[in-house]
Write a protein that binds this ligand. Sequence first.
Ligand code: 5RP
Length: 223
Amino acid sequence: MNGDPTPSGLSDADVEKQAAGVAGAQLVEDGMTVGLGTGSTVAYLLPALAQRGLSIRCVATSPRTEVAARELGLTVEPFGSIDRFDIAIDGADEVTPEGWLIKGGGAAHTREKIVAVTADRFVVIADSSKAVPALTWPVPVELLAYGLASTLRRLGSTVLRDVPRSPDGGVIADHHTDLDDPGRTAALLSATPGLVAHGIFAPDLVHDVLVATGTEVEHRRLR
Ligand code: 5RP
């Protein structure tokens, strides 16, 4: 795979993101409530979903997804009145064969995790570079500004990211750690006062993973 444009004008990675996004859109049915993730793969999901012309109610995990979805004619509601989604579809930074994910490369993991747990079916859409044998990325974390220096000292090995605060006012950082036992790391991070949410998603959240290689999409059903 290289970065040169394909005949469609898309890079090889974008061809895969588009294939995964289109496959994700096919899982949505008329009348569903739908959680929409964030990122460049989701950016391909949105037009594919809009093109289907379904009557669906969507909730977005970020302002950029909300704006893009509305521009495409999708109905986006605030996340307040809906207490479950039929389906949520989102990208990932890494996905293992067991279904462990790293998310939050786009700093939206706090909202993305709330949407994922709210969905009856959480579907990950990914290009082939995201499929890894084991997690290796630094773990994206969202931290309260209150007591930030204290939280950073207790966490150790955590680097503030040069990005704006989250839409909920959180500070975004990346926690560098050994991920041999992601469940243990996730539990330690979850137990850290001042940490709002981390980007490790456990396999029990994930129902389906759609991984595109070229224009072929492998559908992994985890649950
Ligand atoms: C945003 C995310 C994204 O889903 C993740 O970063 C993958 O993004 P992309 O589809 O652009 O590769 O977790 O917080």
